[in-house]
Design a protein around this ligand. Structure first.
Ligand code: GLN
Length: 562
């Protein structure tokens, strides 16, 4: 490889690599997103990429319990949830090329090897795997002024080594002032000693330097503001100037992070290291947001009926989208996670008492379905504002079919393959909206394949909750599911009072006779809406999603009247 050629190739986009040390969950993804927000506030364009060391080819089939939610992009990629942070904090649109796992990298190397692309040479981690990683990173060249690349895992993990070696080479190839390393680390406060401890950070940086990476900036997660003495000590042991030791103090709201980092001088430092000149940052909207978050005028309790209620990460985007809906109404939303199985055991009324809004989110599999249906009956009968998302929408259709439309065998083929009233069914043939390709699936389709994924258009019917929320005739929303509303039952459900307010229309030349039901509502209710798509993937603190905004608004109204 010729470094001088490499330099000229990547001189346009500058790169920030973010690694993590000591332990996981230090908020690397949030730090990356916050850095993106700060750079955008200086009128720079940014893009992101998440490199995940695990072997799964994508997070699509991973258990949300272990890994948190699967985030879905417009182009239908099933990705790590950190891409959600990137989209929420900035104006970027993420997609396939913004998330790579070791599995995906190795898959590509092995496929090339099988095809004889390496001409019989010995295929090795260095250079073949590292070259593949660098090529993945280089796809971002020219997309933005600054690309922020987050490496998953923690320094010291065996599995992240190829990624770390690749970014070491990348920085060398890129030349001075074209890329920097930011290391997110922990500086814990030890109560018995009455002081913060720098040793874990020292060790983490030592570990990095042993593999040839010298951090340029340290982001120190800590409960206390770091004193100048502590910064000086970290600086000395870790070989970074004291100005590059940034206190990343714990905060109540994750939306305070960009301002906190800015006040510590992080964006100024980054720009200096990358030799980028910009005007002063425009952060008024972030200050305004934080001011609103800290002193909300109203508050409301919303119940979320789910399966993975013990792990907030598995409903990350949903949680944030509801909170954003609160921002739009100057309200603090208290999210009450209720286990669907608890409702099966104890009934809905007791557990949902005090909730002014009820939300049944997406999900897979039969477990807890009965409890979710009971929560929907409760919301429908007691006129509590209700939002059903994906599986939640499908269950709202089943609940209505059974209890109102007289289809007492109504079910989804997901839970009952032989039902005689499959109001939710597996569409055997359908068209991929983006490629126009015919997709064929059945019960035996490979797990992970055959889902309707990514953005599809949805045409909104006037004079509906959906239309009041969106205020427009056509929207694009993201999908991740196999089962669909069965049009065979449409007339009977509509006759009984269900409103179909959103339809994905047939597409000329792609899906000539295919209509897909996207949104259902109930007329005789203050606010009851189910959507087949996931609106939570398109919400941000500065752009609360209209569905969540209106759902929270209806819940506040219910709270006041109730
Ligand atoms: N399990 C349902 C389906 O596959 C719903 C999926 C979801 O809620 N994301 O259609």
């Amino acid at each position: 490889m010729n470094p001088s050629n490499e330099t000229s190739k990547i001189s346009k986009t500058k790169f920030i690599f973010i690694t993590g040390g000591v332990l996981s969950s230090l908020g690397k993804g949030l730090a990356a997103a916050a850095i993106g927000a700060l750079l955008e506030s200086r009128s720079l364009t940014v893009t992101f990429q998440k490199l995940d060391p695990y072997i799964n080819v994508d997070p699509g089939t991973m258990n949300p319990f272990q890994h948190g939610e699967v985030y879905v992009t417009d182009d239908g990629a099933e990705t790590d949830l950190d891409l959600g942070h990137y989209e929420r904090y900035t104006s970027v649109i993420m997609g396939q090329k913004h998330n790579y796992t070791s599995g995906r990298i190795y898959y590509s190397v092995i496929t090339k090897e099988r095809a004889g692309k390496y001409l019989g040479g010995t295929v090795q981690v260095i250079p073949h795997v590292t070259d593949e990683i660098k090529a993945a990173i280089r796809q971002l060249e020219g997309d933005a002024d600054v690309a922020i690349i987050e490496i998953g895992g923690t320094i010291g993990d065996i599995e992240s080594l190829p990624f770390l070696e690749a970014i070491r080479q990348f920085k060398y190839d890129a030349g001075e002032q074209n890329s920097i390393f930011i290391h997110v680390t922990l500086v814990p406060y030890i109560k018995t000693a009455g002081e913060v401890k720098t040793k874990p950070t020292q060790h983490s940086v030592k570990e990095m330097r042993a593999i040839g990476l010298q951090p340029d900036i340290l982001l120190c997660r800590t409960g206390r503001q770091l004193s100048d003495e502590i910064k000086a000590k970290i600086s000395l042991f870790c070989n970074v100037p004291p100005e590059a030791v940034i206190t990343a103090r714990d905060v109540k709201s994750i939306y305070e992070v960009p301002l906190l980092l800015h006040e510590e001088g992080l964006d100024a430092r980054i720009l200096e290291l990358l030799n980028i000149w910009t005007g002063a940052p425009r952060l008024d909207s972030w200050y305004e947001l934080v001011r609103k978050i800290k002193a909300p005028a109203h508050s409301v309790v919303i119940g979320i009926i789910g399966k993975y209620v013990e792990l907030a990460e598995s409903y990350k985007s949903l949680h944030e989208a509801i909170v954003h809906g609160g921002f739009a109404n100057d309200a603090q939303v208290e999210l009450r996670y209720v286990s669907a199985e608890d409702i099966e055991k104890k009934g809905a009324a007791g557990l949902l008492k005090g909730c002014s809004g009820i939300l049944v989110p997406g999900g897979f599999g039969k477990r807890g379905v009965e409890g979710k249906v009971r929560a929907i009956t409760y919301a429908r009968e007691r006129k509590v504002p209700f939002l059903g998302i994906c599986l939640g929408m499908q269950l709202a259709v089943i609940e209505f079919a059974k209890n109102v439309a007289g289809l007492d065998k109504a079910a989804s083929e997901e839970f009952d393959e032989n039902t005689t009233q499959p109001v939710i069914y597996l569409m055997r043939e359908w068209y991929d909206y983006r490629t126009g390709e015919l997709q064929i699936r059945d019960e035996k389709s490979e797990k992970g394949g055959s889902m309707r994924l990514g953005a599809y258009p949805c045409v909104i019917l006037e004079s509906t909750f959906a239309h009041a929320a969106y205020g427009s005739k056509e929207v694009f929303e993201r999908h991740r599911h196999r089962f669909e509303f069965n049009l065979k039952f449409r007339d009977q459900l509509v006759k009984s009072g269900m409103i179909i307010s959103g339809i994905s229309p047939p597409k000329e030349g792609v899906s000539p006779d295919l209509e897909l039901v996207e949104i259902v509502e109930l007329a005789d209710h203050p606010w009851f809406l189910g959507c087949q798509f996931h609106p939570e993937f398109k919400s941000g603190p500065m752009k609360p999603h209209p569905i969540f905004k209106n759902f929270v608004k209806a819940s506040l109204k219910f709270a006041k009247s109730g």
